[in-house]
Design a protein around this ligand. Structure first.
Ligand code: PRP
Ligand code: URA
Length: 239
């Protein structure tokens, strides 16, 4: 089956047999592989399992989050345009390829900050914008409290938020970014829920989602199951 591990495809499919965190009971054809990419690298799985572990303390959680964000970002930028440049090695002239355009990274505060350093280390020239959103605990709707975006027109934007739960925050952030007329928007997260993916697909079918896992469902408080708890609290030690 395309997308299954072991067939040479680098992505796991969203498949009932994906393991304890897999999306049980839903066929892999639920999601178009062009829209949802589940990064199934063994290192990503290893890091995610440690992140999920309730006994992982904030300092370790931060390190793991950054490493996993690196792995997911690699996939998210796989199709970015490059251009040829002439360079000289110590031995002779040659040509190589470099990224054609400057990237923009937009972490959703707070938890998205746990992914930002991975992107700024990969791309020191990246322009960074911030969107502050906090879910209302009762309605689960995102409340906006901050927004500062750089010029995004004609640029490729990575929206960073580790948790795609109801999808309210991700959809709101993508809508805000799109107002600036970017070339593309990609949503980079760590754990996603089917509910959040459905909302993103409904509101932003042009925004591909890159995630380390698609989990089973949300609980009645909007937390992802099995998930990893409250990412922001675990990242910043505010539990
Ligand atoms: C978390 C998470 C997402 C949002 C996901 O943020 O970082 O932004 O919830 O939920 P949704 O898909 O249902 O909108 P939270 O509101 O807890 O704020 P924080 O990052 O400051 O902890
Ligand atoms: N936000 C989190 O941090 N975790 C969840 O499971 C859902 C939303």
């Amino acid at each position: 089956m395309p997308g299954q591990r072991g067939d040479g495809n680098r992505f796991a499919s969203v498949h009932p047999d994906n393991g304890p965190a897999g999306r049980r009971g839903h066929p892999p054809s639920d999601y178009d592989a062009r829209v949802v990419t589940v990064v199934a690298h063994p290192l990503a799985e290893h890091l995610l399992t440690q992140l999920r572990d309730r006994d992982t303390p904030p300092p370790v959680f931060r390190t793991l989050a950054k490493r996993l964000a690196l792995a997911i970002t690699f996939e998210a930028i796989r199709d970015l345009p490059t251009e040829e440049v002439k360079i000289e090695t110590p031995l002779e002239p040659t040509t190589g390829r470099v990224l054609a355009e400057t990237l923009v990274a937009v972490p959703i505060l707070r938890a998205g900050l746990g992914m930002l350093e991975a992107v700024t280390e990969l791309f020191p020239e990246v322009a960074v914008g911030y969107i502050g959103l906090e879910r209302d605990e009762a309605s689960l709707l995102p409340q906006s409290y901050y927004r500062k975006l750089p010029e995004v027109a004609g640029r490729h934007v990575l929206v960073l938020d580790p948790m795609l739960a109801t999808g309210g925050s991700g959809a709101a952030a993508c809508a805000a970014v799109k107002q600036g007329g970017p070339s593309s928007v990609r949503f980079v997260c760590v754990v996603s829920a089917p509910e959040g993916i459905d909302k993103m697909q409904a509101e932003h079918p042009d925004v591909p989602i890159f995630t380390a896992a698609v989990d089973r469902q949300l609980n009645d408080r909007g937390y992802i199951l099995p998930g990893l708890g409250d990412f922001g609290d675990r990242l910043f030690g505010t539990e």
